[in-house]
Design a protein around this ligand. Structure first.
Ligand SMILES: Cc1cc2nc3c(=O)[nH]c(=O)nc-3n(C[C@H](O)[C@H](O)[C@H](O)COP(=O)(O)OP(=O)(O)OC[C@H]3O[C@@H](n4cnc5c(N)ncnc54)[C@H](O)[C@@H]3O)c2cc1C
Length: 450
């Protein structure tokens, strides 16, 4: 006799959120079908073969201070394969030079001496100093990161320090980015002291002396996590439907996914796709989901001969403020972070192009974008970047944007689907787009609560 508590569950979307959900549900004994539109699992976790190497085209690391991905890797037998980047020091490009960052918490300087590195002008430093004694002007609720930082520290610190750092994470616009939903750590900082500099300084002063690595990667790349998870899912009898662009039906209280009768559906696709799946079933929720904006970015991978760029190997990457006007927003030295990628000393760069406020690249063909990247790299590093192995990955609507009203949108979606038992909507658009948040999103109380 089947256990009545055991349900037939469909997970739509085979990215890290869907994989996490399928693992969690199959672990709880449910019969699970995992639907993925493409012919392989992983979603944004992708890689390219270039110059005989395998190089990530999406995420290459995850926050180690949250446990979810580390725990998942350990549970899949990858404990000994967790590695930390060998380089972790970033630079910001301004006025033809690369500047170190002052001590900071998510870009918020922890010192009034914010001009010491040359990144901020004397006038910008004077403006930032006002933060220390300025009256408490914290609003009760949410605001944008830009509103907070411009008000307390001035435009220059915002444009050349905080926006490059935070805007770089989601290719977003920190003048629209929700403090509470998008960068909750900064909301905590704001709650600690009216002065952001004081709050950041206190945070750094109370940090443990040896906090351990900030990021983890996996030897051989994050795709190994996906491969291991797929084997584990198959061993547990999960039916993985690859190349199946799932559709949802709901009639007389019964769900079906791609015409398969299902007790419970967990949809983990990006918000605009989830919206299209629900247009006829839950139009109100679909319209709110469709209003969650996404940024499109391109990720170029370039393999350069050793020493093409004269740069210290301790530098992990360079951030490019939007006021510089370049297409490139960030350069990550993959071969500095993960030396095993380049035993021959090659310089391997992962270069991000485009942001919410700059979609110029989207009109260009791949080869043109790569040429634009080479030109921008020549400007940033003041050296000619010769032709060589390169690849380009387009992430159309790749990164969800957490705007100031994000939490109320989520509440509206939940309200609009509250009358549809058997439906769970989750994914990178909900509670954070980093990999730990996505793994957590797949582990919602689903396993026990169906
Ligand atoms: C360039 C880039 C770099 C990043 N770097 C980092 C980083 O270093 N660290 C970090 O923590 N995060 C990073 N992120 C963010 C992180 O990778 C993503 O937020 C996360 O992988 C999203 O996972 P997901 O499963 O929610 O969605 P996705 O990975 O988008 O998966 C959704 C899946 O649903 C499938 N699908 C769509 N429609 C259907 C359908 N109808 N039926 C079935 N399947 C469907 C898609 O094909 C896709 O596989 C990065 C993102 C990008 C784009």
């Amino acid at each position: 006799m089947p256990d009545p508590a055991t349900k037939t569950v469909a997970v739509v979307g085979g990215g890290i959120t869907g994989i996490s959900a399928a693992l969690s549900l199959s672990g709880a004994g449910h019969t699970v079908h995992l639907f993925e539109a493409l012919h392989e699992l992983g979603g944004k976790i992708g890689e390219t073969r270039l110059d005989g190497r395998t190089i990530p085209t999406g995420p290459d690391a995850f926050l180690a201070r949250r446990p979810e991905v580390t725990d998942l890797a350990v549970s899949l037998g990858l404990a000994d394969d967790l590695i930390s980047p060998a380089a972790g020091s970033a630079r910001i490009f301004r006025d033809g030079r690369l500047h170190p960052l002052p001590p900071n918490v998510l870009g918020v300087p922890a010192t009034a001496d914010v001009g010491a590195t040359g990144l901020v002008s004397a006038a910008g430093v004077e403006r930032a100093r006002l933060d220390i004694d300025a009256a408490d002007d914290r609003p009760d609720g949410d605001e944008s990161v830009g509103d907070l930082v411009r008000r307390r520290l001035g435009d220059e610190v915002h444009e050349y320090l905080v926006d490059p750092l935070l805007g770089g994470i989601n290719a977003g616009d920190s003048d629209r980015l929700s403090l509470e939903a998008g960068v909750p750590q900064l909301a905590v900082l704001r709650s600690k002291d009216p002065s952001l500099i004081t709050a950041a300084a206190n945070t750094l002063a109370s940090a443990p002396a040896n906090p351990g690595p900030v990021f983890h990667g996996i030897t051989g790349g994050l795709n190994r996590l996906i491969e291991r998870a797929q084997v584990e899912l198959e061993n547990r009898g999960v039916r993985i439907h690859l190349g199946d662009r799932a559709t949802l039906q709901h009639a007389h209280g019964q769900w079906s996914v791609s015409n398969l009768p299902i007790d419970h559906v967990i949809v983990t696709t990006p918000a605009h796709i989830t919206a299209s799946l629900l247009t006829d079933i839950a139009p109100e929720a679909a319209s709110v989901l469709a209003s969650i904006d996404y940024s499109s970015v391109a990720l170029g991978v370039l393999v350069l001969a050793p020493d093409t760029i004269d740069i210290d190997p301790s530098i992990s990457g360079v951030l490019v403020p939007r006021l510089c006007g370049l297409h490139v927003t960030a350069v990550s030295f993959a071969s500095h972070k993960w030396p095993a990628l380049a035993p021959d000393g090659a310089q391997i760069l992962r270069v991000s192009v485009g942001r919410r406020t700059d979609t110029r690249w989207a009109q260009l063909r791949d080869a043109e974008v790569v040429q634009v990247i080479r030109n921008d790299l020549s400007t940033i590093f003041d050296t000619i970047i010769p032709d060589g192995p390169a690849s380009l990955t387009r992430w159309d609507r790749g990164l969800p944007q957490y705007d100031v009203n994000h939490s109320s949108k989520i509440a509206d979606i939940d309200r609009a689907t509250g009358s549809l038992p058997g439906l769970t909507l989750t994914g990178a658009w909900r509670n954070g787009l980093g990999l730990p948040a996505c793994v957590a999103a797949g582990q919602l109380p689903l396993s026990t609560d169906l």
